[in-house]
Design a binder for this molecule. Structure first.
Ligand code: ZN
Length: 554
């Protein structure tokens, strides 16, 4: 859809955001000695500035910024041009603005449906009604040919939690069947109901590959996934994107999901009861259960090479001793491109997701460029590609950092801004995981606002955007989401926000509209800006909370 109508008309309340949110008290300025300067610079972050970047990046001209498309190239060109205009230095290899990211697209077709045999009985399963199967390796084909099915509980090996679902069993050549999510009954283990990385299917598939398995099946249940089986079914047959497969890193021939009904049937064939198996697994440290079921399945894969890039700009630090250290802000610029039409619209504009995040990042760059002197440490503005394809751009950066990874001090990530109006709160995903929590809490308090912990910890949002790629290499990372405590017509605004996610998330209708308002995004972006500047000016580097799952990686 096009936006022919200008929508920059002043909205009530839009102009007062700055006046009310920029009163930083002197006590908090001790480390930088420049809170007054930074609050002046933060005034560059306005609703109009944010909207202007969103208007271009989410326009139909960019065709949804799909990976490896013309829209991808245009978005990169815009980001680099804006960064250059603000006086940032190119942060890519050899003085360029881009870090090339090679991407491989794999489309899998089931050529022999999933079948299982046990106890003289057999069953055949249909894709995508009962199961889905995609490649976990770049090989042209993968098959199971009667491989044995083994139930492995949650499929988690977590020494620091004294939890091991594998118990040293040799699983070479087997197909694993595991439960989704992580244990949540004991508040002392796996952070209770909060989903950790151990609960993500990506971890489980990686662990299965390390164990020598040739395939693995996640048992889908709506509560454990946080979404219905249709979401899994919808992804069946779609192209999946990967970074080049590294030599020596084990791969899994087939990554599969099945419905709960199919899982029950699979267990029955071996004379087992799924509920009993699950109950046993909750106790932890139970040996895997070979189910006495032989599995058949074959898939065929089509592989294609694509090219994209991350865009990087640097604001060099002003302190000679500290300028080699970096504070990183990330925002992904990719979205889903052109796809299945909905209401005669085939362009998935990705306006909230994540044209707004790029706008926030560019606005922060604009404010930061006005600081005199620049922050002591360097700031790295990193617009990453292929987030929607599995955080590939940020993962590639984390594997191939442009500076020594020990010098990457912290990462702040923006993925979606508030378009519904001003709030008294802002949500911190990964609350309590690192010293960044206290920093952000203090800044929010100076704004006269509150920092709230993740409102749906079971969704595992900490593992679902680009900050996670940094956490995985040990860099303390933080991610903020829009608050819910609206000043203006709170019930109404909350409903609008909730329905935006339900109706427009990852749909062609995530596009700029005239009811959008950026006055709520301004204080959120200013908060992020302050986090960045103060981390860059602080005497000490941020740290993980002792005992956090990522602490050992630092
Ligand atoms: Zn996103």
């Amino acid at each position: 859809m096009n936006h022919s109508k200008p929508i920059l008309s002043p909205r009530p309340g839009a102009g007062i955001a700055l006046a009310t949110t920029l009163t930083f008290c002197a006590c908090s300025a001790m480390q930088s000695g420049s809170a007054a300067d930074s609050s002046q610079a933060a005034a560059a972050i306005t609703p109009e500035l944010l909207e202007s970047h969103v208007r271009f990046l989410s326009s139909d001209h960019l065709e949804g910024r799909g990976v490896g498309t013309r829209g991808d190239e245009l978005a990169r060109s815009y980001l680099a041009t804006q960064m250059a205009g603000l006086g940032l230095q190119p942060g890519g290899p050899d003085g360029s603005w881009e870090q090339r990211v090679p991407i491989r697209g794999i489309t899998s077709k089931v050529t022999q449906p999933m079948a299982a045999r046990g106890n003289g009985d057999s069953a055949t399963f249909e894709a995508p009604t009962d199961f889905t199967a995609v490649a976990g390796s770049p090989d042209a084909t993968a098959s199971w040919n009667g491989a044995e099915l083994v139930f492995v509980g949650y499929g988690i090996h977590a020494p620091e939690q004294s939890w091991d679902d594998y118990q040293g069993m040799d699983l070479t050549g087997k197909v694993l069947l595991f439960m989704n999510n992580d244990p949540s009954n004991d508040p002392e283990k796996f952070a209770g109901k909060t989903r950790l990385y151990y609960g993500r299917w990506s971890y489980k598939f990686e662990e299965a590959a390390r164990r020598g398995a040739i395939g693995a099946i996640v048992i889908h249940t709506t509560p454990s996934a946080g979404y219905p089986f249709q979401v899994i079914q919808a992804s069946h047959g779609r192209e999946n994107f990967w970074l080049p497969f590294a030599d020596g890193v084990p791969t899994l021939g087939v990554r599969s999901w099945c419905s709960e009904g199919a899982a029950k049937r699979l267990c029955e064939l071996g004379g087992h009861d799924l509920d009993a198996l699950r109950e046993r697994a909750e106790k932890g440290n139970q040996p895997p259960v070979p189910l006495g079921v032989a599995m058949d399945l074959a898939i065929e894969n089509t592989v294609r090479e694509l090219e994209s890039a991350n865009v990087l700009g640097v604001l060099p630090g002003s302190d000679n001793k500290l300028k080699d250290e970096y504070v990183v802000i990330t925002a992904h610029f990719d979205h889903l491109g052109i796809g299945k039409p909905r209401r005669n619209d085939e362009i998935y504009n990705g306006a909230v997701d994540n044209a707004t995040g790029c706008a926030g990042m560019l606005a922060i760059a604009q404010a930061a460029a006005e600081l005199e002197p620049a922050p002591r440490r360097s700031l790295l503005f990193l617009a990453v590609t292929a987030e929607e394809s599995g955080l590939l751009g940020s993962k590639y950066y984390a594997q191939n950092p442009t500076v020594d990874k020990k010098k990457l001090l912290a990462n702040f990530n923006v993925d979606g801004l508030n378009i519904w109006g001003k709030t008294r709160d802002v949500e911190f995903i990964g609350h309590g995981k690192s010293s960044l929590t206290a920093l952000a809490e203090a800044i929010a308090a100076e704004q006269g606002r509150r920092m709230e912990p993740d409102s749906s910890p079971d969704k595992g949002l900490f593992y679902r955007s680009d900050h996670f790629s940094f956490a995985r290499i040990g860099v303390p990372a933080a991610f903020f989401k829009a608050g819910r405590d609206f000043y203006d017509r709170p019930a109404d605004r909350r409903r609008m926000k909730a329905s935006y996610t339900t109706v427009n998330y990852h749909q062609p209708s995530d596009e700029l509209a005239d009811w959008w308002r950026f006055d709520g995004a301004v204080p959120d972006v200013q908060l992020l800006f302050e986090c960045l500047v103060r981390t860059a000016n602080a005497d000490t580097a941020p740290t993980w909370t002792p005992g956090d799952e990522f602490e050992k990686l630092r």
